[in-house]
Write a protein that binds this ligand. Structure first.
Ligand code: ITT
Length: 196
């Protein structure tokens, strides 16, 4: 059987790089969404936004699609930036600076990354899962790997930020990797049902 086409419904290159590694083992023909494709994220939760993106891209392309809605929720900021993580400021650098400035008065540095994944076929949601990773917000950025808020997120119990560990390690302990652990068996079932 030919590899199954799956469109990664994301314009975020950091996420796309991680997806490519996570989906390595599957007989998939990974495609990117049409250039310039934009969809308004009107949901109130990560899962709602993942659903909105997956359905829109699947309807646009006629292929199965996989969307990720993710973000960082900081306890002392009442869960902000949360679903607004990418809209919090206009570049990774500015987002990090803004978050460190807002958190400055608070001794509580606890934070949590969440990743909701959705696979859709047209308007139909086939799989949805969520993964998490707990940690602390550092006082200064550390490390050169990854993307987004990685340099200021120190993983609980590890003493290193996401930007100080490699892809392989993030794949095992990160929120996206944890969501993928739940997605994998469902994806295998989906392949089996499509082949029948
Ligand atoms: P798409 O919607 O096109 O996928 P986006 O960047 O707008 O791209 P989101 O709406 O899901 O995606 O926003 C997620 C933001 O949360 C992202 O831009 C990062 O700033 C942050 N984020 C998510 N996962 C992250 C990770 O693994 N490491 C660091 N930052 C992350």
């Amino acid at each position: 059987m030919d590899n199954l086409p799956l469109v990664i419904a994301s314009g975020n290159q950091g996420k796309i790089r991680e997806f490519k590694k996570l989906l390595d083992d599957f007989p998939l023909n990974l495609l990117t969404q049409p250039p310039g494709f934009e969809i308004e994220e009107t949901g109130n939760t990560f899962i709602e936004n993942a659903r909105i993106k997956a359905i829109a891209v699947s309807q646009e392309t006629g292929n199965l699609s996989l969307a990720d809605d993710s973000g960082l929720s900081v306890e002392a900021l009442g869960g902000a930036p949360g679903i607004y993580s990418s809209r919090y400021a206009s570049s990774d650098k500015e987002r990090i600076e803004k978050l460190l400035a807002e958190l400055k008065p608070f001794p509580n540095r606890k934070a949590k990354f969440e990743c909701a994944l959705c696979i859709a076929s047209g308007e139909k949601v086939l799989i949805e899962v969520s993964g998490f990773c707990e940690g602390l917000i550092t006082f200064f950025p550390r490390g050169g790997n990854g993307f987004g808020y990685d340099p200021i997120f120190e993983v609980s119990g590890l003493g290193k930020t996401f930007a100080e560990i490699d892809h392989e390690k993030k794949k095992h302990i990160g929120h996206r990797g944890n969501a993928f652990k739940l997605l994998k068996p469902e994806l295998t079932k989906l392949f089996t049902s499509i082949k029948k």
